[in-house]
Structures are given as structure tokens and as C-alpha cells.
Write a protein that binds this ligand. Structure first.
Ligand code: GLA
Length: 395
């Protein structure tokens, strides 16, 4: 649906006139490398997609907040004065969580009607939820645009942090900052090299001459993903509790070097906990090397680090599963695939591969068929461009 069609749909739903209607959008993301490092104060290297959540928004003055999506027949009607009541909504809780956190942060909201149009596949590990959260945050702040009564330019890093808090506190998923940061701060043709310890970042040109980024969806439903995610987080915390006794300067796993880990890892007696920490420490180092490889235009080396990342997520962090492993194996059989790995939290969802242009069709056909033959599932492919982060759309 284009913007004119979306505005028409908005008016069919909410009536009234076009006056005051504004349009905001924020993208999903693919993480190229640096998985499960964000909540350990490590490095990540995501890129924003051109798949996004777009919201048509018009202000109200009665503190009502109404939500609707183009692909869902439900209208959620809430009030900014009793947001606590809506935490268990199946759809709408991300948006209301953002409204809640914005108010807690001192933003004065007046109410609004919102219509969402989402093109990020849901639950596929491409951050459809972060896209909705960040689009909502910029819409609500722009419509109100008062912070303790004064006009402020929108601080996109703050929008990312507020969106993350909405997911942590309102939705109840203990995620890190990567997804919301990538959605808010993405830039076309660039990946974001982000240090999750202090949120310092660099946009790195993704000049993949002759290569494409191919995302493949396993179409495996991600059961129990949240509880396993939280379990990995606690195992990392347990590893750090032990290591910090021997490395007193470190404030998180992301601050521990491979050498330091090698010296003290035997102090972690639980083998599972030790494996989790080993993944984090090595993955962090792989991000640094990958960015360097890309800066040197060495796409093949970059691809090898991606594949090594997958192996580590399979063997040490144990978040891949048969579907992701099979899709990666089938992709790597095709000549011209220089690297392939799972992306996002894991336990299903998507893989990301770097593929020579002329091999893209073969990946979609042959790797797709091989995957179906082995799993019975039919994958979906997205040959993706890297897009811009959250913004208002004019015109
Ligand atoms: C999910 C979380 C992120 C990050 C990734 C794993 O996408 O939302 O914060 O932890 O998993 O890298």
C-alpha cells in the first residue's frame, strides 16, 4: 500500500479530515555479525532494512490512544491514563509500552489515532517489534512535541532506549539495545558498528561490489524463544560473576579479552556456562575483525567470519536448531556463497548470507529445495537493500 492508500484507509477507520495527519516509518534490521553480545556490553554490526513499520498518525486532545493495523481487523482503544491495563494485549502492547515509557521519561502526550502498515515479517528475527516501537516513539513525540513544555528536536538514540525499555518493562522481554538502535539509527548502504557498552557507533559503508545480502526465513515458529533467551542472559551473568573476581577492571563480558579469558576460563566449573562465555568473548573479537575485513574490501574474509559466528552459535551458545543449521549448510554448498549464519536471537527465524550476484538465484532455488527436502519446510528469501533508520515521511 502506498501512502495515499494508507491515508484513505486511515480516514475510513477514524473519519474526519486529512488535517494534522503525519506519516512516520522505522525499519527492521538484519544483524550481520555480533550475536548475543549486546546485553554483554559487546559489539554488534547490524544494518537497517527497507522492510519497515509505517504509521499514519493524527493527534487527539482527549488522551485516548487508538491503534489499528492494515492486516488486522481489530481496533485497540486505550487511554494514556491507564496504560497498565493493556500489558497483556496480543497486538498493541509494543505501542502502548512506548507511550508508557515516554510518559515516564517526561514527554507530554495528548493522545492520537494510529494506523500501522508493517512489511517486516513477524517473529522472523528481523526486529518487527523494534520497527513498531521506534516508529511509535517518533510518531508520539512528533505529534506532542513537548518535553516538559518545550519544543525539542527528536533524539533518536533516546527513542531507541525508550523503545528498549518498553520491551523490557511493559512487554516483558529482556532484550538488549541492538534492534531498537539499528531501527532508529540505520543509514542506507551502511551497517552500524555499535559498541553496546557506551553506545558509541560508526556507520560503515557496505560497499559489497558484486555481492548481495540474502536473508532466508526458515519459517520455523520460534517456540519458547523468550525463556531460552533469558536463560542465556543469566548464564552470561553467572560467567561474569566468576571472571570478575580475577579481572577486577572489567564491568561486563564485553570488556574481557580473549587472552584474559584463556587465563581464567578454568575457574568457570560449569561447562555450559563456560561455553556461553567463550562464544561471547570470541564473537566480540570476530565483530572487530569483520569490520576491519570490510574496511579492507575483503568480502570473502568477512563471509568466513560470518560462518564461524554461526558455528559458535550452534556449538557454544546452542541457539540455532536443526532448521537454521540446515539452511546455512545448504547455502554454503552453493558456489558463490562466501558466508552464512543465523541472525537475531535464534531458535528459528532467519539466516543471512553474503552471496555473489550471479549465485543468488541458485541459492533461492537449490538451497531452498535442499532445505525443504531435509526439513519439510518451505523457506522465504529476501534479497535485501540496506535502508535508512526511523524518520518522518513528507509528501
Ligand atoms: C534479539 C534481541 C537483541 C539481541 C539479539 C541477539 O534480537 O532483541 O537485543 O540480543 O536477539 O543478538
Amino acid at each position: 500500500m502506498n501512502i495515499a492508500e494508507l491515508k484513505k484507509r486511515f480516514l475510513d477507520t477514524y473519519q474526519g479530515s486529512e488535517a494534522g495527519i503525519r506519516v512516520f516509518t522505522s525499519p527492521g534490521r538484519v544483524n550481520l555479525i555480533g550475536e548475543h553480545t549486546d546485553y554483554n556490553g559487546g559489539y554488534v554490526f547490524p544494518a537497517a532494512l527497507t522492510l519497515s513499520s509505517t504509521v499514519i498518525a493524527r493527534p487527539r486532545t482527549d488522551r485516548s490512544i487508538n491503534l489499528m493495523a492494515t492486516d488486522l481487523g481489530i481496533l485497540v482503544q486505550a487511554s494514556l491514563d491507564n496504560l497498565e491495563e493493556f500489558k497483556s494485549l496480543k497486538w498493541g502492547n509494543y505501542q502502548l509500552g512506548v507511550a508508557d515509557e515516554l510518559q515516564k521519561a517526561g514527554y507530554r502526550l495528548t493522545g492520537c489515532d494510529l494506523l500501522y502498515h508493517d512489511t517486516v515479517p513477524l517473529g522472523a528475527g528481523l526486529s518487527s517489534s523494534a520497527a513498531i516501537e521506534v516508529a511509535t516513539a517518533i510518531a508520539l513525540v512528533s505529534l506532542g512535541n513537548t518535553f516538559h513544555g518545550t519544543e525539542q528536536p527528536i533524539d533518536m538514540v533516546e527513542m531507541a532506549l525508550i523503545s528498549q525499555r518498553a520491551e523490557n518493562n511493559y512487554v516483558g522481554v529482556n532484550c538488549g539495545i541492538m534492534d531498537q538502535f539499528a531501527s532508529a539509527m540505520g543509514r542506507a548502504h551502511h551497517a552500524i558498528f555499535l559498541n553496546c557498552r557506551d553506545l558509541s557507533y560508526k556507520h560503515v559503508p557496505l560497499d559489497l561490489k558484486g555481492y548481495k545480502i540474502v536473508i532466508a526465513n526458515t519459517n520455523k515458529k520460534r517456540g519458547l524463544a523468550d525463556s531460552k533467551y533469558n536463560e542465556r542472559r543469566s548464564q552470561c551473568e553467572a560467567a561474569f560473576e566468576i571472571l570478575k573476581k580475577y579481572i577486577p577492571g572489567a564491568s561486563c563480558l564485553g570488556e574481557i579479552s580473549i587472552e584474559e579469558f584463556g587465563r581464567f576460563k578454568h575457574e568457570i566449573k560449569d561447562e555450559t556456562v563456560r561455553k556461553r562465555a567463550e562464544h561471547i568473548i570470541e564473537e566480540d573479537d570476530r565483530v572487530l575483525r569483520s569490520v576491519e575485513a570490510l574496511n579492507n574490501n575483503d568480502i570473502e574474509l568477512f563471509g568466513r567470519y560470518m560462518s564461524a559466528s554461526h558455528d559458535s552459535l550452534r556449538d557454544l551458545y546452542e541457539v540455532t536448531g536443526i532448521e537454521l543449521d540446515t539452511l546455512v549448510e545448504e547455502a554454503l554448498k552453493i558456489d558463490g556463497v562466501v558466508g552464512s549464519r543465523m541472525t537475531g536471537a535464534g531458535f528459528g527465524g532467519c539466516t543471512v548470507s553474503i552471496v555473489r550476484e550471479e549465485a543468488v538465484d541458485r541459492v533461492m532455488n537449490e538451497a531452498g529445495k535442499g532445505y525443504t527436502a531435509r526439513t519439510g519446510l518451505v523457506p522465504a528469501f529476501y534479497v535485501t537493500e540496506v535502508g535508512d533508520g526511523g524518520r518522518e515521511i513528507f509528501g
